[in-house]
Design a binder for this molecule. Structure first.
Ligand SMILES: [Zn+2]
Length: 72
């Protein structure tokens, strides 16, 4: 495993686009806000509730991305 891949696993860089996230990472792979938002938008379009996400949060994202006029 190369060094960058290790840093992605540590949560230092976004696991999707490779953007820098944090010098003091959580210790698990994570995404930057842009990639997280993109993933949520796709999940909402596919109506797939992500594993481990609280229902309240999921309904908030569904609401946010179901109405394009609220995206701004
Ligand atoms: Zn990213």
């Amino acid at each position: 495993m190369d060094e960058h891949a290790e840093m992605v696993l540590e949560g230092i860089f976004c696991e999707t686009c490779g953007d820098f996230l944090a010098a003091d990472p959580a210790g698990f792979p994570d995404k930057c806000d842009d990639c997280f938002e993109e993933e949520m938008r796709e999940a909402v379009e596919a109506n797939e509730w992500p594993d481990g996400m609280p229902y309240g949060e999921w309904s908030r994202y569904k609401y946010m991305y179901s109405f394009p006029e609220f995206r701004e």
